[in-house]
Ligand binder design. Structure first.
Ligand code: DX5
Ligand code: ZN
Length: 223
């Protein structure tokens, strides 16, 4: 199964965003993960479509993976797609018709994906399997970087993998480092978002390669 590594730009040095995007591309990562917070779905406020557009302008070849932590993602999907979002993730807990929002994302030319908060059970993803093949299991409470990985989420990763099948992308986000990524991979995850761990390393390229290898081994050991 293909392992994906996605650095989260939230942990970048915002004063040097262009350089940080170039560093992400040069690291060999599969995508840049852009965290959008609306100060309502989560208390924090981050950035909007302009940063997605900046990413497209700076490193056009780096895949743009956008995580909408928003109460009403449906109101912003078209703006993010127009700014260059290639995958758009929406939370099943959003105050929106998630089926319709998934259709809206696809109609806007992006790939839809869904997200489960730590307290949301695996079966909440069931109605959307068939409409999306990417499920993100949050391993921290969303809203900020640098938190501790919640190990209680591991059985849910396994349950989502069983439900979605081998062909799906099962992603984790929050508190991911070499040791927690190994646990998540062994539980069935194949895609890993990491902010502070990857941006905090001087040599992001080496860090991405190491994380990929760790995940590949842990995933294979369980297969
Ligand atoms: C949390 C965000 C994450 C965050 C991860 O709300 O969805 O993508 O940037 O940060 P780390 O890897 O530092 O936990
Ligand atoms: Zn995220």
């Amino acid at each position: 199964m293909q392992i994906q590594i996605l650095p989260s730009l939230l942990a970048a040095d915002l004063g040097r965003l262009g350089d940080e995007l170039r560093r992400t591309e040069a690291s060999g990562a599969d995508a840049v993960h852009l965290d959008v917070m609306d100060a309502h779905f989560v208390p924090n406020l981050s950035y909007g479509p302009d940063v997605v557009a900046l990413s497209r302008a700076t490193v056009p070849g780096l895949y743009r993976h956008v995580h909408l932590m928003m109460t009403r993602p449906d109101r912003y999907v078209d703006a993010f797609a127009a700014a260059g979002a290639q995958t758009i993730q929406v939370h099943v807990e959003a105050d929106a018709d998630v089926h319709a929002t998934i259709a809206q994302i696809a109609a806007a030319g992006a790939k839809p994906a869904i997200v489960l908060n730590p307290e949301t059970p695996a079966h909440a993803a069931a109605p959307y399997i068939g409409e999306t093949d990417e499920i993100l299991v949050m391993t921290v409470h969303p809203g900020r970087g640098g938190q501790k990985f919640i190990e209680e989420c591991l059985p849910k990763i396994a349950a989502v993998r069983r439900m979605a099948g081998d062909g799906a992308t099962v992603m984790v986000d929050g508190g991911v480092n070499a040791s927690t990524a190994a646990l998540a991979a062994a539980a069935g995850a194949n895609a890993f978002v990491a902010g502070s761990y990857l941006f905090g390393r001087g040599d992001m390229k080496a860090a991405v390669a190491e994380l990929r290898e760790t995940c590949r081994k842990s995933h294979a050991a369980e297969a």
